[in-house]
Ligand binder design. Structure first.
Ligand SMILES: C[S@@+](CC[C@H](N)C(=O)[O-])C[C@H]1O[C@@H](n2cnc3c(N)ncnc32)[C@H](O)[C@@H]1O
Length: 281
């Protein structure tokens, strides 16, 4: 969720207030496109180094806890595999996968985020095709990828995450894996504060009404949608996929870096990220 480093985007979009209100798929998509276009520069000022956006070969960091695909191997051997990264932003993950021998494609709704990836690739390193599209309607044919992945891309921001699960299941070949990281659903119940105010539960876990920021005309300019752990599992299973594991990374002892609401203080007490490892039978 936005924090102080997003002040320029908030000013650009005239952010007026935060609220909880129902928001459907089209309005959510529009809000996300506006937000990520406006915030692309600040997002990268704050996080590009940690994510390895400008490293020559890209990097694949799954979450603020710093899990790297090179160590975790959630996707298995990617060499020669066709891999789709959903909500790729500037695509450091897709570029890293390409450096490992994968045929990787990055997809994102935001042109501003993708342009940051184009700029990084212009300096060299692995090159990947980038596609501007929404995750709820993937512009690819059935069974055209061996693997799909997402590091906090798209899934927390869409109104219909079940549609994303169905779309990913459709474009995967049988036996293919879909691995995605999102905010741990438990985080929803706490205020979005990395300090002590963020340790007291104030928001019902069962309330799926999205978090929405609106501009001075009342139009939504940022949205996050909540799903419980059970919701996520049901959406995956309804799409015809199998849940193989749910990873809840612990906060590393040596990591003193804050990332928005993620902090060592909160990380010591409860998880910030959930990584769903799924497979198409
Ligand atoms: C938190 S960023 C993560 C980006 C990248 N994975 C990273 O680790 O830096 C979320 C990304 O999801 C994208 N996104 C949001 N809604 C989307 C949608 N409906 N379809 C595709 N991408 C979307 C945003 O444009 C943004 O680039």
């Amino acid at each position: 969720m936005p924090d102080d480093c997003h002040t320029p985007a908030n000013a650009l979009l005239s952010t007026e207030s935060a609220t909880r209100t129902p928001l459907g798929p089209a309005a959510s998509r529009l809000a996300s496109q506006r937000w990520w276009d406006a915030d692309a520069a600040q997002y990268h000022d704050a996080h590009a180094e940690f994510l390895g956006v400008d490293s020559a070969d890209g990097e694949f960091v799954w979450c603020p806890e710093g899990l790297h695909e090179g160590d975790m191997q959630f996707l298995g051997d990617v060499a020669g595999k066709r891999v789709l990264e959903v909500g790729c932003g500037s695509a450091p993950c897709a570029r890293w996968l390409a450096g490992q021998g994968a045929h990787a494609v990055g997809l994102d709704l935001s042109r501003g985020m993708l342009e940051r990836g184009v700029a990084a690739m212009a300096r060299g390193g692995p090159q990947v095709p980038l596609v501007q599209a929404g995750a709820e309607a993937l512009p690819f044919t059935d069974a055209s990828f061996d693997l799909a992945c997402s590091a906090f891309g798209a899934v927390p921001f869409v109104a219909d995450s079940a549609a994303v699960m169905r779309e990913v299941a459709r474009i995967l070949r049988p036996g293919g894996r879909w691995v995605f990281s999102v905010n741990h659903p438990l985080r929803w119940i706490f205020p979005d504060d990395p300090g002590t105010p963020g340790l007291t539960a104030t928001i019902p876990y069962f309330d799926r009404t999205p978090y929405v920021e609106v501009d001075d005309t009342g139009a939504a300019i940022y949205v996050e949608h909540h799903r419980t752990i059970g919701d996520r599992v049901r959406e995956i299973v309804a799409a015809g996929l199998v849940v193989e594991d749910i990873i809840e990374p612990e906060w590393p002892e040596m990591l003193d870096r804050e990332w928005g609401q993620w902090s060592p203080l909160r990380g010591e007490l409860f998880p910030g990220t959930a990584i769903f490892i799924t497979r198409k039978p």
